[in-house]
Design a protein around this ligand. Sequence first.
Ligand SMILES: [Zn+2]
Length: 292
Amino acid sequence: MKLIPLAVACLSGSLVLGGCAAFTGSDTAGIQVATAFYPLEYVAQRVAGDLGTVQNLTAPGKEPHDLELTIRETAAVAGADLVVYESGFQPAVDAAVDQNSTGDVLDATDVVELEDYADGQVNPHFWQDPLRMAALGDAVAKHLADLDPDHADTYRTNAADLRSDLEDLDTAYADGLADCERTTIVVSHDAFGYLAKYGLDMAPIAGLSPDAEPTPADLAKLQDLIRSDGITTVFGERLVSPRLTQSLADDMGITAAVLDPLEGLTADDEDADYLSIMTDNLHALEKANGCS
Ligand SMILES: [Zn+2]
């Protein structure tokens, strides 16, 4: 019931710089950006720098798949000068962008090529590929430069700095995973498909979404694979229960470790960011697969 008045309030408000009154934290000056989930937030923060305010729609500790939006988060979509989201990944965000956004909109799928997945689906987890993240950063800079031409050079420089960090990360992955005893990794859900470019083969316990349950036949197949490939580690995530990964590791007498799909930070991640977590993931992969 309250969604309509908020949206109307935003429609009648200032749409370019400063956002509308319903935007949380609208006392801050500059561009107001709303992002759908953490990797998009990271890119927007890097490119906007201190010229704008970025609000993330997926709160820390929450899993972004099948996110439901609060009234406040819907208001953030309505009041943002720019919304950065990924269509097809979070239906509630798609609906809010359709119905409530009044500013500029950047759909990541328009600038990043998604890989095909089974049954005509695409794999949404493109942020595991640093070069796709760099492409998104360039696109965010273009949108911010259009919205705020006085600072266009700063946005372009920020995106170039981000691209440089991401290209270094891509090189670290390619080098770190070039010479390993094993290439297969057992992961909780199928969030790591974009790491195939580094020669990894993914064996997910669940499908594209972390709440999918494997069948007993799926688990039996994984156990065979763990035996035949000499797999040392089952990777779980931080934002979903480790029940399945821990029990599989226990049954097989191997290690359970964390490989963070970077779908969100937790509240105690103050010092962690996309680059540091991707680097931690790389070290976990090198250890599990015996890379030299
Ligand atoms: Zn996922």
